[in-house]
Design a protein around this ligand. Structure first.
Ligand code: GTP
Ligand code: SPV
Ligand code: MN
Length: 596
């Protein structure tokens, strides 16, 4: 298929505009076929951008430029027509000025390169919850990753020709091959030239200068969260930074749970966990993003808009996440910024193997004595969701799965208990709005700093966060809605000596069991000033080797600690001015009163 075969004038005009501006040598429309995927991978092996691994099968390794290793929140903009619509938590640029700047930046930006057109669907092509996009990119790395992460195919162009709307996604690594410029294994632009921009009114994304992850795979955070959150607000549904899991009890009863944790805070791990408690089963629907709409029965139905996992590699092992290891060991995966072993495999910190020698992500020889990390902390694997051994059979069901519970959580060394159930929906929205977490390597900035990250959406909400809280409240008021119960969890509480109080990973099934029972109205909770906590002896700790004092700390309400948090919440809420829903201040006042 060629651009000249396209008849939809909206699509054709948009494509031709960028082709004319970027001046690529070639234009290729991607068809999502295995033959095209293999051909692009082989091409990158020849150019030195990819290394074909000996294991897993049909897998590749690549290393980014050392400056292009994570999302760049400081270079991410919401270019809404009015600045106030981007809100206090987003960077904003005037859309006209931004587009004018892009006319300069993109001029000739693809010289010497191929421009790829990627037609993709977020969600199963025929699902009423799914949406389509077209990504233009000059990065073959982006093409092959999009082929794993989304559903790529020319069938989407047919849908658009038949009138389906689509999100315009424009991407260039910003490294033209003009004059004598030689290509490099990972082309990108310096950080001050990087722009990850969103035009919410136009349902359009323009990204320049980075080839990494969410900066470049535009179906993921840019579309499925920032643009989709605006569409969801306008159309009455939800686009959330949430995993979706299927939980089956020993009696065979099924519930679906969605959980919002910030980047690198445990979504992939929880989504495919192996329960440590007998008889319980966890299966995966999605590990990063949930799109949810009300069904006729008043339930919220969720789909995973993605088709693959772009997971954090460091920390992943047979001990922490065996099902992720099994997924990637089935092959067909891409490893970015991990280390490689001398026998053609991959390695990262806390991997099961203990090699004596490696090549690190910076291409340097590495031994355990090197004193540096062999893999970048935000090294990632890209792997097809369909080959996860515990993927739920219904993971591609076009109608989605009914959600019984939402979990919110993050990394909190202190104060926040292991699990806490909201008193009601509005209190649950308050818990989401006041979520805070220690920052991780998923963003290019300081790691380990506590920041408010409402609903794990701080970097991903495409509009004013105060209006986003309002949207959550509105969802709770829908007539006839059967709302999920809301819980707040924290796997990352530490003791004074720094050790994790909770073993986490498979033992998080113990918390899921409590959540499951609470969804069936089990009388296993005690009411506290912050919400419902497990009543004495109702959290299943059978077979768990945990000091009684750690368990006590995990399940106690730290009243003094919460009182100290109140002024921080006040300061956090003040940012939203008159767009903060009054219910949030009422919730804060009620919390203060309950704390005494
Ligand atoms: P994104 O893909 O960035 O959105 O991240 P994610 O939320 O999917 O995080 P992921 O599951 O990849 O976990 C990130 C890190 O947290 C890994 O290094 C894990 O080992 C660690 N982690 C996950 N679950 C737990 C847990 O229950 N306890 C502890 N202590 N660490 C955990
Ligand atoms: C995240 O940072 O939340 C991710 C990785 O899931 S990225 O795709 O780079 O956004
Ligand atoms: Mn994520």
């Amino acid at each position: 298929m060629q651009v000249s075969d396209i008849t939809n004038s909206n699509l054709k005009t948009w494509l031709q505009k960028w082709i004319d501006l970027c001046e690529p040598t070639d234009v290729v429309i991607c068809d999502g076929s295995k033959a095209q995927y293999d051909q692009l991978c082989n091409m990158m092996v020849k150019s030195g951008a990819f290394i074909k691994l000996d294991k897993p099968a049909n897998s590749y390794h690549t290393r980014s430029d050392k400056t292009d290793v994570a999302r760049v929140e400081d270079r991410t903009y919401i270019c809404s027509a009015r600045q106030e619509d981007a809100g206090p938590t987003n960077h904003w640029k005037d859309p006209k000025e931004m587009r004018a700047e892009f006319d300069v930046l993109f001029k000739g930006s693809m010289k010497g390169r191929t421009l790829y057109v990627i037609p993709f669907s977020m969600g199963p092509i025929e699902s009423p919850i799914s949406k389509y996009g077209i990504e233009i990119t000059d990065s073959p790395y982006v093409v092959v990753n999009m082929c794993i992460m989304t559903r790529v195919g020319t069938a989407i162009i047919k849908k658009i020709e038949a009138g389906a709307p689509f999100v315009k996604c424009m991407h260039s690594v910003g490294y033209p091959l003009d004059g004598d410029t030689a290509d490099v294994p990972w082309p990108s632009a310096p950080v001050e030239k990087k722009y990850i921009t969103h035009f919410p009114e136009d349902r359009e994304i323009i990204s320049f200068g980075s080839g990494y992850g969410g900066n470049a795979l535009l179906g993921k955070k840019c579309f499925a969260l920032r643009i989709a959150s605006v569409q969801a607000r306008d159309e009455g549904w939800m686009a959330e930074h949430m995993l979706i899991l299927k939980l089956t009890s020993p009696k065979g009863e099924v519930k679906y749970v969605a959980a919002a944790f910030p980047s690198a805070c445990g979504k992939t791990n929880l989504a495919m966990m192996e329960p440590s408690i007998p008889g319980w089963k966890v299966e995966t629907i999605g590990d990063d993003i949930a799109w949810m709409k009300f069904g006729p029965d008043g339930q919220l139905y969720a789909i995973n808009p993605e088709a693959g996992f772009f997971g954090v590699a460091p920390g992943t092992s047979m001990k922490s996440n065996p099902n992720a290891m099994r997924t990637i060991n089935r092959g067909n995966s891409i490893f970015t910024n991990t280390a490689i072993t001398l026998d053609g495999g991959v390695w990262w910190e806390d991997h099961d193997d203990k090699p004596a020698q490696l090549v690190d992500w910076r291409r340097r020889p590495w031994t355990p004595a090197s004193g540096v990390k062999a893999a970048h902390p935000n090294a990632r694997f890209t792997t097809p969701a369909g080959q996860c051994p515990v993927i739920a059979p219904e993971w591609e069901d076009p109608k989605g799965v009914p959600i019984s519970a939402f979990l919110f959580g993050g990394r909190r060394k202190t104060v926040v208990p292991l699990v806490n159930e909201a008193l009601d929906w509005e209190h649950g929205v308050f818990l989401g709005a006041t979520m805070a977490s220690e920052t991780t390597a998923a963003n290019l900035a300081e790691v380990g700093k506590l920041r408010f990250d409402p609903f794990a959406m701080l970097p991903f909400c495409g509009y004013h966060m105060g209006d986003y809280f309002k949207h959550w409240l509105k969802i709770g008021k829908k007539a006839g809605a059967k709302l999920p119960k809301i819980f707040y969890v924290n796997w990352f509480r530490r003791g004074e000596d720094g050790h994790f109080l909770w073993p986490g990973f498979g033992d998080n099934s113990r918390v899921l069991e409590w959540v499951f029972n609470r969804c069936n109205d089990a009388p296993t909770a005690r009411k506290t000033p912050i919400g419902y906590l497990p009543a004495e002896g109702t959290l299943n700790v059978k077979g768990l080797d945990i000091p009684a004092s750690d368990l006590k700390d995990l399940l106690e309400v730290d009243v003094q600690g919460w009182k100290a948090v109140v002024p921080q919440i006040e300061e956090h809420f003040a940012k939203f001015g008159d767009r903060l829903p009054k219910e949030m201040m009422q919730q804060l006042e009620a919390l203060k009163a309950r704390l005494g």
